[in-house]
Ligand binder design. Sequence first.
Ligand code: GCW
Length: 743
Amino acid sequence: KESGYDAWLHYHRYCKAENLPAWCRVIVIQAADEVLQTAAAELQLGLTSMFGQQPKICTTPVSAPFITLGTFREHSLAAERFSAEEQAEVNAEGYRIRGIEVPEPAHSAFHSKADPQGSYVTVAGQTTKGVLYGVFHLLRYLQGGLDGKLKPATEESLQAPILDVLSNPANPIRMINHWDNMDGSVERGYAGASIFYDNNAFIPNMDRLRDYARLLASVGIQALSINNVNVHDVETKLITAAFLPDVAKVAAIFRAYGIQIYLCINYASPIELGGLITADPLDPGVAEWWQAKAREVYTAVPDLGGFVVKADSENRPGPFSYGRDHADGANMLADALRPYGGRVIWRCFVYDCKQDWRDRKTDRARAAFDHFQPLDGHFRENVILQIKNGPMDFQVREPVSPLFGALEATQVLLEFQITQEYTGQQRHLCYLVPQWKEVLDFDTYAQGKGSTVKRIVSGALYDKSASGSSRRKAGVHEGCGGFQEAQTPPLLKPANYGFAAVSNIGADANWTGHLLAQSNLYGYGRLAWDPELSADEIADEWVRLTFSGQETDDGRADLINSIKQMLLDSWNIYESYTAPLGVGWMVSPGHHYGPDVDGYEYSMWGTYHFADCQGIGVDRTIATGTGYAGQYFPPNADHYESIDTCPDELLLFFHHVPYTHTLHSGQTVIQHIYDTHFEGAERAARLKDTWISLREQLDETMYEQVLERLEHQADHAKEWRDRINTYFYRKSGFADQKNRPIY
Ligand code: GCW
C-alpha cells in the first residue's frame, strides 16, 4: 500500500507483543450481525497491527481478561455492565465503553484464577452500529491517547484500563455527497478520478470502496450519495435495471460499515427514461411513474437511503418548468419513497444563473431564502432541505445562510464542501474545520439567544425528533444527546436532521491529493458527530493518528505541534492572500483556480464585487441595497445593516465602501488589501519552511508529497498577491504606505 493510503487508520506498532495488555488478547462478541462482525474484525485488525499479536474472536465468555462487544439487548455481558439508566443515556447510534478491574470473588464466572490481574473492557450500544463507532473510538484511544475525556494511552494505563466513555452523535444524519460522474470524472474533484466509476460503468474491482467505507465509518459517517447532483445521461439510468444490480453491490459493501447509500436522480426521469411527455409533479401519470420506479429501486436495494435532488438549479430540470413550486416537486417524490422508508434530500441551491450583470436589483445571495422560506411547513415528513453553509457558494468567507433558523417546520441538512473548490483545490493547504466551526457556532437568534446553527441542524432547536405533537419541549436536547428524546425509546426512528458535505477524495493513492487535506475529511466526520469539538482538538487528533511513530519523545511533540499549527493557521493564510473582507469570486471562471479579479464581474452568475476607481463591495443593506441583510433575525440584521457594526471580514459582502474607509482594525480598506496580501504570501512561504524543518521526522514519501504542494502554494500565493494588489492599485491610484513592489 502506498504512503498515506491507510490515512488515520494506519495503527502504528507501538508496543511489543509481550506487553500486549491482557484484555486485548480475546474479543468476545454476541451472535453477530454483519455490522458487529465488521466491528470485531476492525478491532482485531487494529490490535494486531498495534501490538503485533492477533487476538482471538470468541462468541462465548472465556476467562477474563477480555474485551467484549455487543448491544445491551442481545448481549448479556454488555447489559450487565451498565445500569438501565446508563443504557437509556445511549442513543440509537451512540455507545458506552467501560473498562474495569474484576475483583476476584465477585466475578469468578469470568475470572481465571491463573490470571489475578483480570480486567475487561466492554463496548456496548443500542445498535451494532453504535458498537462499531465505539470500537473506532477505542482504537483511536489506543493509537494516540485521544478523545479529550480519556487519558493518554501509556503502556501502564493499558494494563489497568479504567475507561468510562459515553458518546452520542449530535446529528442523526452524517452524510457525504459524491460529485462523481460515471465516465470516471469528479466534478470539483482534486484527488484523481472517481473510485466508483470508469468508462460509464461501475469499477469492476470494488475493494477500494471497502477501504473507503472503513475510513468513513471510523469517523461516524453513515450516509453516502454516490453520484453527482448534476445527473447527466448515463447517470440518469442508475435507477434502471442497467445499473441497479451494481448499485446493490455497492450498497452491500457500505452496509457492512453501517453506511446507507443514496442516489441523485434526474428530475426529468419520467421523460428521459419513461417516455412520458412531462415531469410535472402534479400530473398523476408522473406520480405513478415514480411510484413504480421506487418499487423497482427498493426491490434491488431495500435499504437505500433515498434520493438527493438538485432541481431548477444551474440548468437542471425541476418543477418550475411546470409552474409548480419545490414543495410540489419534493412531496411527489417523497410519497413515492415513503412506503420503503426512503427520504428525499432536496437541495436549496436554487438561483438565477442567467442574470444580467447590469441588473443591480437581483441578488443571488437572497435566492435560497426567497425560494424556500415561504414554503416552510409545506414538506412531507420524509423530505429534508439541504442548505449550503453560505448564501452564495462555498467561498473562502461568506456569512451564514439566513435560511438557517428561518425554517421552523421543515427538516434541514447543512451542506459543507470538503473538496476545496474555492479554497485552493487541494494544492494549497486549507484546513476548513475553523471555518465550519464559525458556521456552527453562529447564533441566528431564530428563537432568541442560543439559536445556534449547530442546534438548528441537529434538530435540537425545534425539538422535531419528539414523537408527540409538542415541538418545543425545553431542555431535552442538551449536549450530544442530540436526537434522543427523553421519554421515547431510543430505537425510535431518528429525525431527519444533520450534516452533508461534498467529498474531497479520489483515486489518488493518498485519497485527497494533498496529504494534509485528509484532515478535512477526518474533521468533517468528527464535527458531524460532535460539533462541540474544537478545531484544535480535531487537528490534534488527526495529526497524532496520521503521524504517530514509535515513541513519544521530544521530537514527536514538536512534529505534532508544528503540523497542527500549520493546519490551524491555513484558512486565515489562504483568505489573506486571496479574498479580502468578504469579497468572493475573484477567481478564474470555470475551473475556479487562481486569481482573476474581473473573471466573474460581467458574467451571468450573479457574482460581482463592483470595484471601481472609488470603492468596492456589494450594498446588501435594507436602506440602500438589495435588502439581503434583512433576511437575518435581529440583532444580526442590524449588525450587518450598519457599516459601524458589520464585522471587517464581511464588510464588502454587505457594503460598498470607498477605498479610504477605515476598518475597525484602524486600517483603510486599500491598505488592508495590500497588507494582507503581502503578509499572506509571506506566511504561505513559512508553511513550506516549517515543513522543511520537520524533514528528519517524516516518512520520506509523505514529506516529498506535501513539500511539492507547499512549494507550489508559496509561488502561487505570490501570483495572487501581485495580481490583486496591482489590480486595486491601478483601479484606485492609492500607493502602498510601505512602498512595497506593486506593478
Ligand atoms: O459551486 C457550484 C459548483 C458546481 C456544483 C454546484 C452545486 C455540482 O461550481 O460544480 O455542481 O455548485 O453545488 O450544485
